[in-house]
Design a protein around this ligand. Sequence first.
Ligand code: G6P
Length: 468
Amino acid sequence: MSRLVVVSNRVPVPDKAGNPPAGGLAVALHAALKERGGIWMGWSGKSTGEAEPGPLSIMNNGAIQYALTDLTDRDVAEYYNGFANRVLWPICHCRIDLAEYARREMAGYFRVNRLFADRLVPLLRPDDVIWVHDYHLIPLAEELRRRGVQNRIGFFLHIPWPPADVFFSVPVYESILRGLASYDVVGFQTDYDVDNFAACLRREGSGDRIGGGRFRAYGRSFIAADFPIGMETAEFAELAEDAAHDRRIREMARSMQGRDLLIGVDRLDYSKGIPERIAAYEAFLKGNPEFQDKVVYLQVTPKSRSEVPEYAAMQENVASLAGRLNGSLGSLDWVPMRYINRSLRRPLLAGLYRMAKVGLVTPLRDGMNLVAKEFVAAQDPANPGVLVLSRFAGAARELDSALLINPHDAEGTGRAIARALSMPLAERKERWEHMMKRLLSHDVTHWCADYLSHLEPQRPTLVPEPAP
Ligand code: G6P
C-alpha cells in the first residue's frame, strides 16, 4: 500500500501522549496515516512576525510525520484572513454581498500555495498518494504538477460549491477551476455541488462530464464525485451514553427544572443562520405561548476567525439578539435562551445532545454539517430527540427523516420546533432509526476508505494524462 500524504491548512497535531485531537475527521485520517505510514502537512497556525516564513518543522509520531510551516503576518492576512476567508468562503456559501476582492490578497493566496508546493516536493516519494483538503489549497496540485510531481493527487472540498453565476463573480475564477482540474479525484460533499461544478465548466466552455463520474477539462481527465463525509458514529454514541454519569451533565439536567432542552452548536459564522434561528425560536414562543417557561434553548457558539471583519460584527449581533430575546420574554425564574461563547469538549457535547429534545441545525448554507449527524448519533434509542434541519445543509441529502426546514422562514421553522416538541414517541423512533442506520453504515471510516479507493494508483484515468 502506498504512503499517504495529507495536506490541509490546519493540522490536528496529537497531544504529548500521541493521541490525535477529538473529532471524526482527525481520527479517521490519523487511522489511515497510521495504517499506511505518511505525512500530514500544513500551517502551524502561527506567524513568524518576520518578512520570511519559518522553516518547515518536522515532528515524528510513529509511522506519521507532521510537517508544519509558520507563515508571515502578511501571508496570514492575505491568504487565510484574506482570499480564503473573505472571498472563497463567502462565495462558496453564496454570499457575494460579503466577498471582498483585493488583487493583493488573491496574489497572497497563490503565493502561499506555491510555498506549500516548494516545501512538500522534497518530502515526496514517487508512489505516495497525496490528499489535499479544503478551499485554502485548491491551486496546490497545479503547483505540484509544475514541479514535475506525477503522483496521484486528490482534493476534497469540505464546503459547498456554488452555482456558476455566483462562482463567476470571483475575478480569478478560471485559475481556481483550472487548479481543480489538476487533481485526479475532486471530491464534493453532495451531488448538488458536483452539478454546480459541472455547470461552471460547461458554461466556461472548458470541460464537461465524460461519463462514469469522470470529467475532462483543461486537457486533463479526472474523477469529480460526491463523497458525503461521515462521523465516528458508534464511538460518539458510546460517548453520549457514558455522559449520563458526568457530573456536569447531571447538574445541567437539574438546572433545567423539568423543562425541555433545545440545542444549537455552531462556530460563530454567518453561514450558520444563528440570528435567523433566534428569530424562529422567538416566533415559536410567541406562536405557542403554552410552551413558554417549559423549554430552554442552549446555543453553544465558539468564536471563529475574529480578525475577519464580518465575523467580528457577528459577535455583537448575536449577543445582542440573545440579550433582547431574554429581556423581552424571560421571567424571574426562566431564561429562554442560554448562550455560551466558547467551545465545549466532545464528551460534554455528546451528553448535551442526548439530553436535548430538539436539535436545531439551521444553516443558510453548509457543506455537510456534522453537528446534525452528531445530534442523531448521540440520541437515546429508547427515547430519541428530533432533529430540525435546514434543507440547505449537505446533511439534509442523507438525513431526510429529520424535520427539514427553510431557515429563512422564521414562522415555518417555529412551527417545526412546536411539531418536534409534540412528536409521539413512535414517530420519533422511526425517524431516528432511519437516520442512525445511514450514519452507522456511512461513517467516517467508510468515507475515508471510499475516497482513497478512488485515488489509488491502480485506478487509471480513462484518457492518458499529458506529460506535466
Ligand atoms: C470549516 C472548514 C475547515 C476549517 C473549519 C474551522 O469546517 O471547512 O477547513 O478548518 O471550518 O475554521 P478555521 O478557519 O478556524 O480553520
